[in-house]
Design a protein around this ligand. Structure first.
Ligand SMILES: [Zn+2]
Length: 318
């Protein structure tokens, strides 16, 4: 189903051929992959979904490439968390004509479900230079210093609301596909309820096991399943944890309050290994962005299930 915009896009792409990679047309474009999981389930059989950030990229410091700007311009719908998470999306989305984006964290249904973020960000005062000065200098408005935890795609409840919002918007944009979109949403909700129950069962035996995560991203998932997070190394993965925090974490590890520390595929800092060394505490990995999982009908369920396996495989031990 080609509409005329596809031809414009094709010629535009050819014109840029020498400088950029070929850009495929997608009607739905999401900033990060887990949002692509949700969108591709709803848009399945109706339209294509594409994700801007490649696997391994950090949502914390991504810089849009020329090809990304073209994808955003040519899309029918852009789905993102909101300005407190993907600051790099603000400008291109503002330049879009019409009401063609969904900033999930700003939806009326989502707002009451937002969790407060931990914004203490290692205020241990053990260092001479202050972080505030550092931030002022950068003019860096990164999401971890907002009032709320913006890792909302780790909440099954908010993700269901995201699916509903994407569905409603696509029905508005493509009314002749309403029946298929309705069916997709229904299936998503049913699968999500089933997956949520499965994960609750899987995590139930490890609920009391303490652990540390690398960065403060998992609050929604931990709350949903009653996990015992003892803390995080850093609020902002771009900022190394301070010496006092590392000392405190190590003390808790030595006192065996924790059984695991979790690194992330996007961030594998040596500090995590250094802190765990000699304590007998296991090092696991949590992937909050679902790298390696392909978009599709069941991809969001695969993502949550994989994350659950990552928790249990480290926490249950032998
Ligand atoms: Zn984060």
């Amino acid at each position: 189903m080609l509409h005329k915009k596809t031809f414009l896009c094709a010629s535009f792409t050819v014109a840029l051929w020498a400088g950029t990679t070929v850009v495929a047309q997608a009607d739905v474009v999401t900033s990060i992959k887990p949002l692509g999981f949700i969108a591709s389930a709803i848009a399945d059989g109706v339209t294509k979904t594409e994700v801007l950030l490649p696997d391994g990229a950090s949502a914390h410091d991504y810089a849009l490439k020329p090809g990304d700007i073209i994808k955003l311009k040519n899309s029918e719908l852009v789905v993102w968390v909101g300005p407190e998470m993907e600051a790099f999306m603000q400008k291109p989305v503002a330049q879009q004509a019409g009401d063609k984006n969904i900033a999930l964290s700003t939806l009326a249904a989502v707002k009451p479900l937002l969790m407060k973020g931990d914004d203490d960000d290692d205020h241990d005062h053990e260092q001479g230079h202050s972080e505030e000065a550092h931030h002022d200098k950068n003019g860096d408005d990164d999401h971890h210093h907002g009032e709320y935890n913006m890792h909302i795609w780790l909440s099954p409840e908010i993700s269901r609301l995201a699916a509903v919002a994407i569905h409603d918007k696509l029905v508005e944009l493509m009314p002749k596909n309403k029946a298929k979109l309705d069916a997709n949403l229904q299936q998503f909700e049913a699968e999500l309820a089933r997956t949520d129950k499965q994960i609750a069962d899987e995590l139930s035996p490890v609920k009391t096991k303490g652990y540390f995560v690398f960065h403060d991203a998992y609050g929604y998932f931990e709350k949903q399943y009653g996990l015992t997070s003892l803390g995080h190394f850093t609020v902002n993965p771009e900022i190394q944890p301070g010496a006092q925090r590392l000392h405190n974490i190590r003390t808790e590890l030595v006192e065996q309050k924790a059984v695991c520390v979790f690194a992330e595929p996007q961030f594998r800092p040596a500090v995590v290994e250094a802190v765990a060394r000699g304590t007998g505490v296991r090092i696991g990995t949590l992937d909050p962005l679902g790298s390696g999982i392909a978009l599709g009908k069941d991809s969001y369920m695969q993502f949550l299930t994989h994350l659950s396996h990552q928790y249990t495989s480290c926490l249950k031990g032998d």
